[in-house]
Design a protein around this ligand. Structure first.
Ligand code: CP
Ligand code: NVA
Length: 311
């Protein structure tokens, strides 16, 4: 299926079938990584990566993905380009489109990625913004696919902050017809507008979105339990307040005991062991966090193939 937009900015803009296609393609690419038919959609092409925030997984997996798809990548230090400061976002986009074939950007402001996509004729992939992390959600989708095949119904519980990762998982679940539950402290919910948009999408796909302040209720019956850091990049000054606000929202053995015993547990990583998740749970046999980290590579390769195959 052709991409419905030229970019991957949020999953909200994508059709459920498009998301399913990317996940299925990711599974094939993973199987065929050491042999098989690699779609060299980046052959003779260059991807540029702009990271305003730190990264291990996203940076390495995109560079590897571009290389394995036959292409070349350039990592543009964000202090070099000073996007929006030294030069407007629009002008950065209008320069890059003249030389390269793909932009991968991790930015603070979500609008920076939106503007890059608007002003560049080439595909732009959101590698995390303050609001969304769609590549993480796609990797979670692949991990679910591996564990439960393509479940007709699944309940996913997110324990913690209504942050970028949470918002992208909520969007993925709404599109794929999975029930999504968030348990967070009061005041840490995603925006009411996004919740309502995802609730409507979920309802159309036979699922639901439930936001509560009750972690035990959220994990009861959930076959996938997810968490992320309490303090995201850029929120460091709030860290102490957040530690106290989120104290009841740790994913530990006692909380997990309320979920089915065959539930999978995930985390986008990096994890703060002893804060949002205990080391015991992260290292347990139920944890798929490192499988999901591995799946970032395959999911992003599939996303690149999806966006570039028609060009
Ligand atoms: N999960 C994730 O995006 O990790 P990095 O911040 O290390 O890229
Ligand atoms: N919510 C985290 C995710 C890191 C991958 C952050 O934005 O820092």
């Amino acid at each position: 299926m052709a991409a419905s937009t030229k970019d991957l900015i949020t999953l909200i803009a994508m059709d459920p079938e498009e998301i399913r296609d990317i996940i299925r393609q990711a599974a094939v690419l993973k199987k065929e990584r050491n042999g098989g038919d690699v779609p060299e959609v980046m052959r003779g092409r260059t991807g540029v990566m702009i990271f305003e925030k730190p990264s291990l997984r996203t940076r390495i997996t995109f560079e590897t993905a571009i290389y394995e798809l036959g292409g070349h990548s350039i990592n543009l230090q964000s202090n070099m380009v000073q996007i929006g400061k030294r030069e407007s976002v629009e002008d950065v986009a209008r320069n890059l489109e003249r030389w390269v074939h793909l932009i991968v950007a991790r930015t603070y402001l979500h609008d920076t990625v939106v503007q890059l996509a608007r002003h560049a004729s080439i595909p732009v992939i959101n590698a995390l913004t303050d609001q969304f992390h769609p590549c993480q959600a796609l990797a979670f989708g692949l991990t679910v696919h591996e564990h439960f095949n393509e479940p007709e119904s699944l309940t996913v519980a997110f324990i913690g902050d209504g942050n970028n990762v949470c918002c992208s998982l909520m969007a993925l679940c709404a599109k794929l017809g999975y029930h999504f539950r968030l348990a967070c402290p009061k005041g840490y919910e995603p925006s009411a507008q996004l919740v309502s948009q995802c609730s409507e999408t979920a309802a159309r796909n036979g699922a639901s979105v439930d936001i509560s302040n009750d972690p035990q209720k959220a994990v009861t019956g959930a076959l996938a339990v997810y968490t992320d850091v309490w303090t995201s990049m850029g929120q460091e000054t709030e860290s102490e307040r957040r530690k106290s606000d989120f104290a009841r929202f740790q994913l530990n053995r006692a909380l997990l005991a309320h979920a089915p015993s065959d539930a999978i547990v995930s985390h986008c990583l990096p994890a703060h062991r002893g804060e949002e998740i205990t080391g015991e749970v992260l290292d347990s046999s139920q944890s798929v966090a490192f499988d999901e980290a591995e799946n970032r590579l395959h999911a992003q390769k599939a996303a690149i193939v999806h966006l570039l195959a028609r060009k």
